[in-house]
Design a protein around this ligand. Structure first.
Ligand SMILES: [Zn+2]
Length: 355
């Protein structure tokens, strides 16, 4: 059997991916995409920030073509767009549109767009249009959330939350019949959760409404990654609310362990189990994200442990953040980025060999 045929068979049984950012120089990206394939990945997640949208759209189209040329499925990620998704970059939209920003319970304007604001949702539609135009196969809705303060502070102080803008206050009053309180309560938590789910549904529906077809000839898919902590603080508490969205295809979470974690398998397993159960119940594809940043020297084996644990639980879509041990970003770099990357590649090879 040819390598290409085998690659095709494995891609149907196992989805193995890596995220990529940091270079927009086409010839370097081409080398890196070949390296991604050599490390046994069959998809790549390209970040598509507001900067990319404004200044690199044509370049990103070339980068998507280069990735397809290497045989990879391409996912596109709204990296920190509006300040409401995961990502280490800035949003110009919230600097330009002050009326769209989230308002804290204490009345301060925050550097994140309100998920209930129509103007922001329309901006996201234009982001989706561009993502499909450059050739995305999967849109990756990474950690959609309301503004987050440091988690321990949020737990201590029930007035540290958002959003309490006029739009949210009006919608809350309509739903619950009383003024939106300043102190976080159960109703506010439910309201925030429902708002995120409603936002996500609108994004997924809008994407499917395009009837666009990706490189593989299949319709464009939507994937979500939940935040891996107690959802009541900023994300979605009840993941099944999102899993019920018809236009959502892939449900995932990123259980990133802390440096020095002694039991990586024990940390990852409950998340993998939960995702696996959810995906079965709602007929979705389950995905687990693997930590590939800030890995300490000598702890590279944890990457293998995490991948194998998720695979043991039945998860067949595994991806890591980010390419080459995230060595290109000092804030997130692993101590020995090449070693982390090679560990991931070898572990992915072990899984491919099982197919
Ligand atoms: Zn709001």
């Amino acid at each position: 059997m040819s390598n290409k045929a085998r690659f095709g068979i494995i891609s149907k049984m196992l989805k193995l991916g890596i995220s990529y950012f940091g270079s927009r120089i086409q010839r370097h990206v081409k080398e890196d995409m070949a390296d991604v394939v050599r490390h046994n990945c069959n998809f790549v997640v390209h970040t598509f920030s507001e900067t990319d949208l404004e200044f690199y759209k044509g370049t990103m189209k070339e980068i998507v073509e280069i990735s397809h040329g290497a045989g990879l499925e391409v996912w596109i990620d709204p990296w920190a767009v509006g300040g409401v998704f995961g990502g280490e970059t800035y949003s110009k939209f919230i600097a330009q549109h002050l009326d769209v920003r989230q308002i804290s319970a204490k009345g301060e304007s925050l550097p994140a767009a309100c998920l209930n604001n129509k103007k922001f949702r329309l901006f996201m539609h234009s982001w989706i249009d561009a993502s499909l135009e450059i050739g995305s196969d999967v849109l990756f809705w990474d950690e959609p959330h309301f503004y987050l303060y440091p988690l321990d502070e949020m737990e201590r102080d029930l007035t540290l939350w958002a959003c309490r803008c006029d739009i949210c206050r009006q919608a809350f009053k309509k739903q619950f019949g009383y003024e939106m309180p300043v102190e976080l309560n159960r109703d506010v938590r439910v309201f925030k959760e429902d708002s995120i789910v409603d936002f996500l549904k609108e994004m997924c529906d809008y994407t499917k409404g395009h009837r666009a077809v990706g490189s593989s000839g299949h319709s464009i898919k939507n994937a979500v990654c939940f935040l891996p902590f107690k959802g009541e603080l900023g994300g979605i508490m009840d993941w099944s609310k999102a899993a019920r969205i018809d236009s959502l295809d892939i449900v995932g979470v990123d259980p990133y362990w802390r440096p020095g974690e002694k039991d990586v398998a024990g940390f990852v397993r409950p998340f993998a189990k939960k995702i696996q159960e959810l995906s079965k119940k709602y007929n979705k594809e389950g995905q687990i994200w693997i930590l590939n940043f800030r890995i300490k020297k000598g702890a590279e084996k944890d990457v293998e442990t995490a991948v194998m644990t998720a695979h043991e639980e039945g998860v067949r879509n595994l991806a890591a953040w980010s390419y080459l041990g995230t060595g290109c970003m000092s804030y997130l770099a692993s101590d020995d980025p090449q070693k982390v990357w090679d560990m991931l590649g070898l572990t992915f090879k072990k899984l491919c060999d099982k197919v």
